[in-house]
Design a binder for this molecule. Sequence first.
Ligand SMILES: [Zn+2]
Length: 153
Amino acid sequence: MNVLLIRVVNGLTRLSPTVTRFSQSIAFESSISVIPKEYTKDWKQSEEYTKDLPDPTLANPYNKPKKLCILCKYGIKVDYKNTQLLSQFVSPYTGRLYDKHITGLCEKQHQVLKQEYEKSVAYYLMSSDFREPKYAKDPKLFDPTRPQRPNPY
Ligand SMILES: [Zn+2]
């Protein structure tokens, strides 16, 4: 109805200035409609909107706990004199240190372990060719046949 009226009035605009003003006022009034409350400025501050929002002080329950390597997790300090601990990261077949994708250690701990292992070998506390047989029955910290991460090489 409004659209039809505006068309009729628009056709009359060429007639006189008073008709033009009249048609403009009709066009303005017809463009006003009821704005939904969801689009108003105060909607996001209103009680009705904020009552269902999550509490910002609570922690996100979907956040996964940060994955830590076994040395970081238990706060174990690697030392070159602790050959029993070092031998757990050494292959029983080759006597070499396992890489971090197999042991699951983080970069920092792996570098510390490597440094301490080399120091221990340099001081003849450990052999670089084999693993001490007395540590053969120590519990396994990881499964070398199932690496923690894919091989980076
Ligand atoms: Zn770590």
